[in-house]
Design a protein around this ligand. Structure first.
Ligand code: ADP
Ligand code: ZN
Length: 425
């Protein structure tokens, strides 16, 4: 669609979205106070005046305070993985489920998936949106699905050799785990016919992409989504891999300064805020994702899509580490580490405050071939790593080299930061 047509469609859909949200107690008064009604909306500029929604608001209205239709019209419930406490329940109407499948199909096709392909879907099937979201997306493309779900790496690799899928879908950290097993040599590589993979669900870096692409001889695409907004399919890369195209006909995107809540210009980092404009079951306005990224301002994408593109997720407002007053994101450390040939892409960041000063220790697996009995050699690798980390983050960190295959591997989302400070506070 040309931008002008797209914006006209967005405006019309935003009115509907405000109508649906306005029926919920949470938004009703907030909209009334500003005299905003669906009819009063004549420009997309109104977006900045609409009320925002936070994760805390969802919790305060637990379990289903944001449900937009009578229960009888709900077709599906999903939930966030809820690492702490209760999950956030999300409800979908039949139409929402159809839209969701289409949006997943779009980014799969954008990356090259076609009807003749076979996909190994290694996301968990359950409340987590990854499994069922992608399942129906693949079905929409018409490709064959192997719904193997997450976990059981031996079985995953057996399936990969025996059914010979063309594509793999999982978290990047799980792909890393599978790659390690392949590289250990117990798998017949000639039987692995994977050509591409779609990764999402957790942050990863460009260096991680290079490692996986070289290790498995495939091409990998990034896609983004979150349960509160739908699940996967909110944005995804095209063949040019120059950012993830926002699915702007179904969502409005903003990037804000999380402190001032003002919108920041394209190209500048901030918190991504999303307004779904066709969703019925769970109508949210301006949901604050806590994900940090920026919108590219380098013009149109050569692929021909007119939608804007977002950067990788560079961190989360809630996983940013503040170390001795300096802001550090785990992704920065990952980028630094993966620049080095000596280390394996497995690491764990441990933060503590032994006295009054923060201390960071990065535990890193070194590659088997680099492992040595020579103390001096190990010391020099350590020093080299600390210098690279210092240059990327501006901070001195302790480096702890560990033997190959000793750090935890992940089958779903990885957890690479242990912050002891929070426990003490
Ligand atoms: P939760 O993990 O909170 O239970 P979800 O399972 O819906 O909820 O996960 C959504 C979150 O996962 C996003 O807000 C984002 O932080 C992260 N995420 C999803 N896809 C990506 C991606 N491609 N890159 C980085 N982070 C991602
Ligand atoms: Zn493109």
């Amino acid at each position: 669609m040309q931008r002008a047509d797209l914006e006209a469609l967005q405006l019309q859909r935003l009115r509907q979205a405000v109508k649906r949200a306005g029926a919920l107690p949470f938004y009703k008064d907030k909209l009334a106070q500003k005299s905003i009604t669906p009819e009063s909306i004549t420009s997309l500029d109104i977006l900045k005046d609409l009320p925002m929604t936070t994760k805390a608001d969802l919790r305060d209205n637990y379990p289903l305070g944001f449900m937009g239709v009578p229960r009888t019209e709900i077709a599906r419930y999903q939930g966030t993985s809820g690492t702490t406490g209760k999950p956030t329940w999300v409800a979908y109407t039949k139409q929402d489920v159809i839209n969701w499948s289409n949006l997943c199909a779009r980014f799969l096709v954008a990356g090259g998936l076609r009807q003749e392909h076979t996909v190994q879907l290694a996301f968990g099937f359950g409340l987590f949106t990854g499994g069922f979201g992608l399942h129906f997306g693949i079905e929409q493309v018409g490709a064959a699905i192997i719904p193997i779900s997450s976990g059981n790496s031996d079985r995953q690799l057996m399936c990969m050799q025996d059914l010979q899928p063309d594509a793999l879908i999982c978290t990047p950290s799980y792909a890393l785990k599978l790659m390690d097993i392949v590289q250990e040599g117990s798998v017949d590589r000639s039987k692995i016919t994977l050509k591409h993979a779609y990764f999402g669900g957790e942050p990863w870096t460009e260096s991680m992409r290079t490692r996986i692409e070289e290790g498995l001889q495939i091409r990998c695409w990034n896609n983004y989504g979150l349960a509160e907004i739908q699940g996967p399919g909110v944005s995804g890369e095209c063949a040019y891999r120059n950012g993830m195209h926002f699915q702007e006909d179904q969502f409005l995107f903003e990037v804000i300064d999380p402190q001032t809540l003002e919108r920041v210009p394209d190209g500048e980092r901030g918190e991504i805020v999303i307004t779904p404009i066709v969703r019925e079951g769970f109508p949210l306005l301006r949901y604050r994702t806590r994900d940090i990224g920026f919108i590219y301002n380098d013009g149109d994408c050569p692929c021909g899509r007119t939608t804007r593109r977002m950067s990788r997720i560079l961190g989360r407002t809630d996983d940013m580490l503040i170390i001795r007053g300096v802001n550090v994101f785990p992704s920065q450390i990952e980028t630094a580490l993966l620049k080095m040939d000596s280390v394996a892409p497995h690491y764990m960041i441990e933060v503590s405050r032994p006295k009054s000063l923060d201390e960071i220790t990065v535990h890193i697996e070194i590659k088997p071939e680099m492992f040595s009995d020579s103390m001096t050699e190990m010391q020099s690798i350590k020093k080299e790593i600390a210098t690279v980390i210092l240059s990327v983050t501006g901070l001195h960190m302790n480096v702890n080299l560990v033997s190959p295959n000793t750090l935890e591997r992940f089958e779903g989302k990885s957890r690479r930061v242990i912050d002891h400070r929070k426990l003490d506070d």
